[in-house]
Design a protein around this ligand. Sequence first.
Ligand code: PBG
Length: 343
Amino acid sequence: DHRSDALPLISERIDAVTGGLRMRRLRQADWTRRLVRETTLGADDLIWPIFVREGDGEAEPVPSMPGVFRLSVEGCVDAARQARDLGIPVIALFPYTDPTKRDETGSEALNEGNLVCRASRAIKSAVREVGILCDVALDPYTSHGHDGVMQGDRILNDESVDMLCRQAVVQAQSGCDIIGPSDMMDGRVACIRGALDSAGLRDTLIMAYSAKYASAFYGPFRDAVGSGAMLRGDKRTYQMDYGNSEEALREAAQDIAEGADMIMVKPGMPYLDIVSRLSRELGVPTFAYQTSGEYSMIMAAAQNGWLDGEKAMLESLGGFKRAGAAGILSYFSPRVAAHLKTR
Ligand code: PBG
């Protein structure tokens, strides 16, 4: 018998400290758990980042991101159809730009015939129900891999913003619905808003990457867009220092004052405190980016049999909702949405 003589005393003591409230009563069955669940994850919470490449060949696997591919423009249209059918509201487009099209100033960003613009137009004409989010930053287009214009070893703020405004207008004119400035230059949200409005693009939304930290978790993404090997130095003079939380509040408040409709925190999992703080203190729809490194970390462990990938995926995304996120950018989006649909 596993019981000792002390058991009645233990029960008495437990009732004394809990006042008879036994928390486990609410966890006793699936139906009780579902009944009192405070937050849930749905397809509506998801934004699906997609990589687009030249040519009309097969999807090309991204080696450091198992299950993620670079798609042709036509492949992106198929992905948009898939998003629509799965109930995913938004897809985000990121280009793999051929090294021959990269230069010091990222001029390909302003080409309305660039990959992202072509993919946006193709998706818009085929799939009306899905929103398109495009990054505004020069890193897919610069030969040095930085998000802005470089002079010596410095990233010039105002010159970069000038480029970013024009990039935003070109993208919005090509069908992009949400502009996502991910460059972390000062004052860019106000300037981009002004540029969009002057071009008659008042309905184009801005989701500002407000609290974007200089992070090791972007590694696989940089491989996917082909800027990893090119990156000269690091991005710590414009992306945030991960020791800071007050600064995230100031960055986000500033972006809102400048006209951001939505804000974002990035990376996600190591920054849930920031997601929680910004969403509660600012009351503006706050999104989180579960970055490439976070995705690959879970996938690698799952492939080694070290954890249950499906469960870890759901739990990691659920954590964002609990922290207060309005939605999550995640490479797991189609898989989660498919899972939620069949449940
Ligand atoms: C570009 C950009 C990055 C990511 C999104 N936009 C990389 C970077 O800032 O170096 C990272 C996304 C991911 O890791 O999934 N400014």
